[in-house]
Ligand binder design. Structure first.
Ligand code: UD1
Ligand code: CA
Length: 480
């Protein structure tokens, strides 16, 4: 029978080195909280009822961030070290027996495959535990792996307690371990905070197990970046960079063209279809889903945007919470706020802002407009400078526009208002009453022509000048 495996993720610390009011594991890399990356990696190999997260600092927020994964939680009220954190879960975890996979919530680059290998290594050995290690050029900050004369793991020595010769060791503890559960718990109780940080170090369990005659194996992570622990803002930036680079590579391998990928910011959950082209300095964030054969113009920022196929987003478009159907065209310099919906082939041009507004199939709003709380039908033309006046200072009101409506430039549509199918609105109109089908609505002052007005004005001016100059004494040269 296969041994049961349970995972514990330690995520109760504040993370002093981040110099932040926010708990470290809530800081984001690749668009997700650090701890969520760890939970996702573990979720790939274990069901949620086998996963526990130790929470403490900002516990409610950490729990909320992980709620949808259905994992269990353990509370550590005071943060007294990694061994103490693990002990807080003893009553829940010890009865589960089997193997205990222990991880830290600040290790976001970890892959499920490495966890599988770690569990397999421990399950196939007679050791009390297997520790995931790696070699680093610069091991500072990490616990060092100290081996005995036979090359077996002897102890893990934390940076603060390490002697100079131990500091020189480049093999480090990743903070990811697989323990034989029944050997772990009794020794955790024996750990003492006798170190410069006065913390209960989980890493001390290695020396305690060795003292009792048990062996501890190590497994080396092939890719040292996978076990990067985030303690500082610098490491946060590094983790973020690596996650986004991974995402760009994944998309490129699936047939997406990315120009200057090092300038492009893609959140982990973003989906992009094959043959879509992403220009430099684009950010595609949140749960955005872009279809095939699209083009995303330079400098555009898309968050939670869903686009169909052949959608063209021209440079410097900023869009959030919007749905763009096939062949829609947006920008350059368009702003689509949440609740925007563009029908197939619809076009939104430069300096157009939309919010909670639908532009039907084939309709166009190509220049300088604000369309808010509006439902616009198919094949309409919304002229340059059109404004839906949706706010009366107290409440928001809707604008309804039917199909094949032509709204002239600089029209002001005072909501609530309805423009029926096939109507026209004259340029510069202020529209306050509903417009019936096939009507022309004009809401502006009629133009007046004053023939010869300029000639008369000039003549009047000349006469006035003559009178003042004859009243003044002439200069000897006769003046001008
Ligand atoms: C730890 C290891 C170190 C290893 C490194 C790998 C110990 C003593 N040291 O050091 O050997 O090389 O990780 O990244 O374990 N936590 C709690 N409660 C606490 C203290 C910490 O839940 O009381 C959590 C933190 O939220 C964090 C994780 O445990 O997610 C690790 O703590 P951290 O302080 O970052 O340990 P390191 O100093 O990095
Ligand atoms: Ca750490």
């Amino acid at each position: 029978m296969e041994v049961p495996v349970t995972a514990v993720i330690l995520a109760a610390g504040l993370g002093t080195r981040m110099k932040s009011r926010r708990a470290k594991v809530l800081h984001e890399a690749g668009g997700l909280p650090l701890v969520e990356h760890v939970v996702r990696a573990v979720r790939q190999i274990l069901p949620p009822q086998r996963i526990f997260v130790v929470v403490g600092c900002q516990a409610d927020r950490v729990k909320a961030a992980l709620e949808r994964h259905g994992v269990g939680f353990v509370h550590q009220e005071q943060q007294r070290g990694t061994a103490h954190a693990l002990l807080c879960g003893r009553s829940e975890l010890e009865p589960l027996g089997g193997l205990l996979l222990v991880l830290y919530g600040d290790c976001p680059l970890l892959c499920a495959d490495t966890l599988r290998r770690l569990i397999a290594a421990q399950a196939g050995s007679r050791a009390a535990a297997t520790v995931l290690t790696t070699f680093l050029e610069d091991p500072s900050g990490y616990g060092r792996v100290v081996r005995d004369a036979e090359g077996r793991l002897q102890a893990i020595v934390e940076q603060k307690s390490a002697r100079p010769e131990e500091l020189a060791i480049r093999e480090i503890n990743s903070g990811i371990y697989c323990f034989a559960s029944e050997l772990l718990w009794p020794r955790l109780e024996a750990i003492r905070p006798d170190n410069p940080a006065a913390e209960y170090y989980l890493t001390d369990v290695v020396a305690l197990l060795r003292r009792d005659g048990y062996l501890i194996e190590t497994l080396r992570a092939d890719d040292p970046t996978e076990v990067l622990g985030v303690n500082t803002r610098l490491e946060l930036a590094e983790a973020d960079r690596i996650l986004r680079q991974r995402k760009a590579r994944e998309l490129m391998s699936e047939g997406v063209t990315i120009l200057l990928p090092e300038t492009v910011r893609l959140d982990c959950d973003v989906l992009v279809g094959a043959d879509t082209l992403i220009e430099p300095f684009v950010a595609i964030l949140g749960r955005s889903k872009i279809g095939r054969d699209c083009r995303i113009g330079a400098g555009s920022i898309l968050r939670d945007v869903e686009a169909g196929e052949r959608v063209e987003i021209r440079p410097y478009t900023v869009a959030e919470g919007s749905l763009l159907e096939d062949d829609a065209r947006v920008g350059p310099f368009a702003r689509l706020r949440p609740g925007t919906r563009l029908g197939a082939g619809a076009q939104v041009g430069n300096f157009v802002e939309m919010k909670n507004a639908r532009l039907g199939r084939g309709s166009k709003a190509n220049h300088l407009a604000y369309l808010g709380d509006a439902a616009i039908g198919e094949n309409c033309n919304i002229g340059a400078g059109t404004i839906t006046c949706n706010y009366d200072g107290e409440r928001k009101h809707p604008t309804r526009i039917g199909d094949r409506v032509f709204v002239g430039s600089n029209a002001t549509l005072v909501a609530p208002i309805e423009l029926a199918d096939d109507c026209y609105v004259g340029a510069g109109s202020v529209i306050t009453d509903p417009v019936p089908p096939e009507a022309l609505a004009l809401g502006r002052a009629r133009q007046v022509i004053k023939d010869g007005w300029v000639r008369r004005r000039r003549a009047a001016k000349w006469e006035a000048q003559q009178q003042t100059s004859s009243a003044e004494p002439q200069s000897p040269e006769g003046g001008l």
